[in-house]
Design a protein around this ligand. Structure first.
Ligand code: UDP
Ligand code: MG
Length: 326
């Protein structure tokens, strides 16, 4: 990377929040404190800020964000018109920051990601990197199920040739040019973790220990996790379609030999019995076909959703505190 350090940037920290009233006060305190010390150390510009994106929360999150904005010049709030899900909320936040912002860090509201790693991310940016991934050093704080399913998912993705940073979620730094590049991917169903590596530019990783949620409950139940996994695969690769084609080809080859065998049995006058093989092959083929249709259907559904080019989110309001400095 370049010898000279980049100048201290204007930083925006984007935090998607969905029903996070319990954890919000902690999150606000930590991020505010961090901005203060980093600006004090000359690492970032003094008017750097946190942007909380309220993803249609049904609790008092938006009110808390409003109070925080009224009391702090370094806090801004973005209200979406309804709950759009984590990935869309994050995209909304990334798209909402103004052109003057030079560096963006995205982080979850629950403080599971170590806010102090942001300092190292910014240092890496100043050393010349455009993308800095926050990578969990260990996953001991996750349940056995979450750890194992994540591991299986990463392997599956890697086996299909999708570049994705293991043990990295949406805790990352993007420079202005990396952010602009990411925003050019206009698909409705964006899988940001898969898109960022496609953007390119110099990237590095910072490691941190993932904590348990500071307060409140996970907003990612199993159903949403599975949906994100399917989204990740089907939006990044058409490999499953190729696998189906390959499977079909293998079955055709088998069927060819089976036909030869059956004809040979017929002409040798020995065609009685055999219902187990018929029943089993009907079940087997039925299963394979249904599964294949399902996978193909998933892609057709995706085309259907994409051709409509529906907006990913609607912004209800963007609030910030313009009071003059004390
Ligand atoms: N989130 C969101 N919209 C949703 C679900 C979650 O903005 O529909 C936010 C949530 O407030 C949090 C982040 O996404 O800041 C990650 O969610 P969570 O911590 O519950 O997921 P987990 O860490 O359990 O996977
Ligand atoms: Mg979390």
């Amino acid at each position: 990377m370049s010898e000279q350090l980049r100048a201290a940037p204007l930083l925006a920290i984007v935090v998607p929040c969905y029903n996070e009233e319990e954890v919000f006060p902690y999150c606000l305190r930590e991020l505010k404190g961090l901005l203060g010390t980093m600006a004090g150390d000359g690492l970032i510009k003094a008017d750097s800020f946190v942007l909380f994106v309220n993803d249609g929360s049904r609790d008092t999150t938006w009110k808390l964000i409003g109070d925080a904005v009224a009391a702090n010049r370094c806090v801004r709030g973005l209200q979406l018109s309804r709950n759009e899900g984590h990935q869309s909320a994050l995209m909304a936040g990334l798209a909402a920051v103004d052109e003057t912002v030079e560096v963006i860090v995205s982080i979850d509201a629950d403080l599971q990601d170590d806010v102090n790693a942001i300092r190292r991310m910014v240092e890496a940016y100043r050393a010349g990197y455009d993308v800095v991934y926050g990578v969990r050093e260990n996953r001991e704080t996750d349940t056995w199920f979450k750890r194992t399913s994540a591991e299986v998912f990463y392997r599956l993705m890697a086996s299909m040739g999708i570049r994705q940073v293991s043990n990295h979620a949406d805790f990352r730094l993007l420079s202005r040019r990396a952010l602009d590049a990411l925003l050019r991917y206009s698909e409705c169903n964006a899988y940001i973790r898969g898109l960022v590596p496609m953007v390119g530019f110099g990237s590095t990783e910072v490691y941190y220990t993932r904590a348990v949620r500071a307060a409140g409950e996970s907003k990612y139940p199993l159903r949403k996790m599975l949906a994100l996994a399917v989204e990740g695969i089907t939006s990044m690769t058409i490999m499953p379609l190729r696998l189906i084609a390959g499977m079909g080809f293998c079955i055709c080859v088998l069927a060819f030999f089976a036909t030869a065998y059956v004809l040979w049995r017929k002409f040798s006058g020995n065609t009685a019995s055999g219902w187990p093989s018929i029943v089993l092959s009907i079940f087997f083929m039925g299963g394979v076909q249904m599964l294949s249709l399902g996978v193909i259907g998933e892609y057709i559904g995706k085309i259907y959703l994409e051709v409509k080019k529906r907006p990913r989110f609607h912004v209800e309001s963007l609030i910030q505190n313009n009071a003059p400095e004390q």
